[in-house]
Design a protein around this ligand. Structure first.
Ligand code: ZN
Length: 162
């Protein structure tokens, strides 16, 4: 038996099982995120006003992505249209995030980089990136492109309108 080969396979399987950014990663229940206060209960992360007194403490996958600066979603907006509608689009981005994050604590914006001629939105989840991208496309048309990477754990969206 080729031990080396199997050893490496075991390691690969383990790395996969312990992906700290995986939204479906299981935690002991209840677990509270010591960064953001989200609570892991009934197999998912939620916001709650009555956090359990006794709970396991951990860092949720979203806060871990923020800490490690490893976005799941990257949304890049470009084009002259941004000059005339920049603040309107920023409002739309924030409203869509607020609505998504209220239901899904792991879906957040981690950073918005506004440069001359572009807005880049980095997110902790792929769904909030898609939601924002689709909202912009629905409201303002333009060119929309979406590409998944990394076993659909990351998404890259580009939107352009002149
Ligand atoms: Zn957190």
């Amino acid at each position: 038996m080729d031990k080396g080969k199997y050893g490496r396979l075991d390691r690969l399987v383990q790395e996969k099982r312990h992906d700290p950014y995986e939204p479906r990663e299981k935690f002991p229940e209840p677990t509270i995120c010591k960064q953001c206060g989200a609570v892991y209960m009934d197999g998912r992360w939620t916001w709650t006003d009555n956090a359990p007194e006794k709970a396991n403490m951990a860092i949720c996958p979203a806060c871990r992505r923020i800490k490690d600066h490893l976005p799941a979603g990257t949304l890049t907006l470009t084009g002259k249209f941004l000059q005339s509608h920049g603040s309107e689009i920023m409002n739309l981005i924030k409203n869509e995030e607020r609505a998504e994050k209220a239901k899904h604590p792991l879906e957040r914006i981690m950073e918005i980089k506004q440069e001359s001629g572009s807005i880049v939105v980095l997110t902790t989840g792929i769904h909030v990136a898609r939601r924002i991208g689709e909202a912009i496309h629905n409201s303002y048309h333009g060119d929309y492109e979406l590409k998944y990477g990394d076993a659909e754990k990351t998404v890259f969206i580009a939107w352009h309108r002149d």
